[in-house]
Design a protein around this ligand. Structure first.
Ligand code: BGC
Length: 759
């Protein structure tokens, strides 16, 4: 049982009842005070992309509105920025607003992996890749906590769907957990030390995350050194005593009169070790100490500056998916006409629904921003084109839009998902844009080929079937309250797109690696695709996709050269490192940003491994003609896989392929590297197969010695029978001991095991 190193002296003064009360909130958003000892209540509020502080007179069930706050780009957008500095800056602003409003802990960021494009909360998560999720999550935590405000890294763990989210058991093998679903959390916890971690609603392999001793205590605290507090997701606790014993410190919202009584009773009856309660209370007191450490008056928030940051951030997040004939940026001159089509240009969709919904301080409207930014004499016309709340194809609206498109030099079509299509609380059943939007698009394209689509959606949408109608597609995601201004900046070239896909855009929903296993049934969702999540799956299956992970264009171009690798240290000494460098040059005529991505492959692995895995990246900002040397570092862990047999990371020596490029399928430079590593320790026993014994150098030597050789020095028994060896080589050695004539009697096998165990 791990207790914070600085245990509050107040702990000793608390009664059992007071201790129990501290392990629950006092209402929907506050911890419990102990007035007698001057222990204050502190307030927590959602959420990851803007503060959702409910006023005191609110409904106290957390559903009604909140005080105005800056709505920054949602996580799906920030994920596409591939920019930890940006995530940090957004975090700082969020932390400042939280402090100004007296909020001690911001409930975010959420870093669950996007396992399926159907997950209703994908807009709240960064990526299908754990490195990208972990790096951005850590940066956001750093930013918020630099303001003296805590974060709650959520939802720990394996919360990748909304269907049956409070009960479903996510059934995942440990290798997949370690390499994929826990890896981002591990990075964020180790690097950024969040004040709190929020446990997920779901079960993991049959046990509620809130009661999961292995997740909360063994891994999170024991292995990763987490020293903060674990809070429940809102309503995730079902057995307060079991949860406390497993390492869950704070229950929210409080089940008052039930959970506190259960704790007191369990301690009294000797069913709950009081030291477990003390450890939880110590962590609650530590959180309160951290939250109240800064006695300076809260900062004033510069609402305009935060809006400007939201706008700059949104420009970094948009992904230019295609740009035929360099249609974008637009370069209108006096007398030109730009037709803007689509209700989303006038009624922006910029955030998702549910617990992360922010009451914005203001909202930029793309149509107005475009009109304000075009040069004098340029006319920006507008037609609604379609209704947002319907999928019916309204012929009148379409005809009006087509007429405008006919008279324009260029058509900007704003498309996207209606709010009702994606939200916390439910998963989608398809990934299509509404039919009225795509039908309109093909009519517009028949009228005017100079057509660019601007997308607003929180989870991926299918592009195959309609993107051939557009020369350019700009994916803006749900980019916060300044999304409209950012879109105008990008379309007119005041900003250069620099977002890259943090998730694959599939050709069809049916192609997605989790398709057959999502969202499960009868209370279980089987993670049958294992480690092959997102691009790891598409690449392993060699599936075509619409746009691959890591893809994104710019208004300039980049050239890659001179890939070098420098190997330092040795794996057996624990200091192995690989320094990778390459030179990247901006070969175009405007300043722009490139995301250099480093992928690793282990072609000789003894287990199934992805074709490539992102292991490092860097975002560069280059002037025309400028060259930068990018330095990317790898550690042994980046080359390793998780062995459930050894319960450890394994680096298998041999050849590795390293590739740098502009996306997972646009690898510009590749090299190979030989890495020496001692063979992983053998775990041979009576159930190990003959082949496994022979594959291990030590086991093989012992086995050969035990079976022996004939007078001419040839191996005896099964080892000399080259026809039979491949046929029964996959039998456990103990089974073969009962087969006559193989040279493997029970006494030989027993002696072998004794010798192996003794090593
Ligand atoms: C969500 C959390 C959120 C909490 C408090 C829950 O329903 O899953 O992400 O922080 O509510 O609003």
């Amino acid at each position: 049982m791990k207790v914070p190193s600085e245990t509050s002296p107040l702990l000793a003064e608390l009664t059992l009842e007071e201790k129990a009360s501290l392990c629950l909130g006092s209402d929907f958003w506050h911890t419990a005070p102990v007035e007698r000892l001057g222990i204050p209540a502190i307030m927590v509020s959602d959420g990851p992309h803007g503060l959702r502080k409910q006023p005191d007179e609110a409904d106290h069930v957390g559903i009604s509105g909140s005080l105005p706050a800056t709505c920054f780009p949602t996580a799906c957008a920030v994920g596409s920025s591939w920019d930890p500095q940006l995530a940090r800056r957004v975090g700082e602003a969020l932390g400042r607003e939280a402090r100004a409003q007296g909020v001690a802990v911001v409930l975010g960021p959420g870093i669950n992996l996007k396992r399926s494009p159907l997950c209703g909360r994908n807009f709240e998560y960064f990526s299908e890749d754990p490195l990208l999720s972990g790096v951005l999550g850590a940066a956001m935590i750093d930013g918020v906590q630099s303001q003296g405000v805590g974060t709650s890294l959520k939802h720990y763990a394996v919360n990748n769907q909304e269907t049956d989210r409070l009960r479903v058991s996510a059934d995942v093998d440990e290798r997949t957990l370690r390499e994929l679903y826990l890896a981002g959390f591990e990075r964020a916890v180790r690097k950024a030390r969040p004040w709190t971690v929020m446990c997920a609603y779901n079960k993991v392999n049959g046990t509620y995350a809130s009661e999961h001793d292995w997740l909360l205590s063994t891994v999170l605290r024991g292995e990763w050194g987490f020293d903060g507090l674990v809070v429940s997701d809102w309503g995730a606790v079902h057995d307060r005593v079991a949860a406390l014993a497993a390492g869950l410190d704070l229950e929210m919202p409080p089940n008052l009169g039930v959970s506190d009584t259960a704790i007191v009773t369990a301690v009294g009856a000797g069913q709950l070790d009081e030291r477990a309660l003390d450890a939880a209370v110590a962590r609650v007191l530590q959180l309160i100490d951290r939250a109240t450490a800064n006695s300076e008056p809260p900062p004033a928030v510069d609402v305009d500056a935060h809006h400007a940051l939201a706008r700059a951030a949104a420009t970094e997040c948009a992904v230019l998916l295609k740009n035929q004939d360099h249609l974008l940026p637009l370069r209108p001159t006096a007398g030109d006409r730009i037709a803007v089509v689509g209700e989303f240009a006038r009624t922006p969709r910029y955030q998702g629904a549910g617990s992360s919904q922010v009451n914005p301080t203001r909202v930029d409207v793309a149509l107005e921003e475009l009109r304000a930014a075009v040069p004098d004499g340029v006319e920006v016309t507008f037609a609604t084109g379609y209704g947002i709340e319907t999928t019916d194809h309204d012929q009148e609206l379409a005809a009006e839009a087509v007429a405008l498109a006919r008279q324009a030099e260029v058509v900007l079509v704003f498309l996207g998902l209606p709010a009702a299509d994606e939200s916390e609380g439910f998963d989608r059943s398809h990934i299509d844009l509404p039919a009225n939007q795509t039908a309109l698009l093909s009519r517009l394209a028949d009228t005017n080929p100079n057509l660019a689509v601007v997308l607003a959606n929180g989870s991926v949408v299918r592009l195959a079937g309609w993107d051939q109608h557009a020369k350019a597609v700009l994916e803006c995601w749900l980019s916060g309250q300044a999304a409209g201004g950012a879109a105008a900046d990008l379309l007119l070239g005041a900003a250069n797109p620099s977002g890259r896909l943090a998730e694959t855009l599939p050709l069809r929903l049916e192609d997605t690696p989790s398709y057959l296993h999502f969202p499960g049934e009868a209370g279980h969702v089987r993670y049958g695709e294992g480690i092959f999540v997102g691009y790891r799956g598409y690449d392993a299956l060699d599936r075509q996709v619409s746009y691959p992970f890591g893809h994104g264009l710019s208004y300039t171009s980049f050239d890659y050269a001179d890939l070098t690798t420098d190997l330092t240290g040795r794996h057996q000494d624990g200091d192995l490192g690989v320094e990778v460098t390459c030179r990247v040059t901006n070969t175009g005529d405007r300043r722009g940003k490139e995301v250099v991505q480093l992928y690793v492959r282990d072609p000789q692995a003894s287990v199934a491994r992805p074709v490539r895995e992102l292991k490092a990246f860097a975002k560069l900002d280059l002037d025309p003609g400028q060259t930068a040397v990018v330095e990317l570092a790898l550690t042994a862990r980046d080359l390793s896989w998780w062995s459930t047999t050894l319960d450890d990371w394994v680096l298998e020596g041999g050849e590795f392929e390293l590739a740098v490029g502009a996306s997972s399928r646009d690898l510009r430079l590749t090299t190979t590297l030989d890495i020496a590593a001692p063979p992983p320790p053998a775990t041979l026993d009576a159930m190990s197969t003959l082949q496994e014994w022979l594959a291990d150098p030590t086991g093989s030597a012992l086995l050969r010695e035990a079976v022996g050789t004939d007078e001419e020095g040839r191996p005896k028994g099964i080892l000399g029978n080259v026809e039979l060896l491949p046929v029964i080589g996959n039998f456990p050695i103990s089974t073969l001991a009962a087969f006559p004539g193989l040279g493997l009697s029970h006494s030989v096998v027993d002696a072998l095991i004794d010798r192996v165990v003794a090593i």
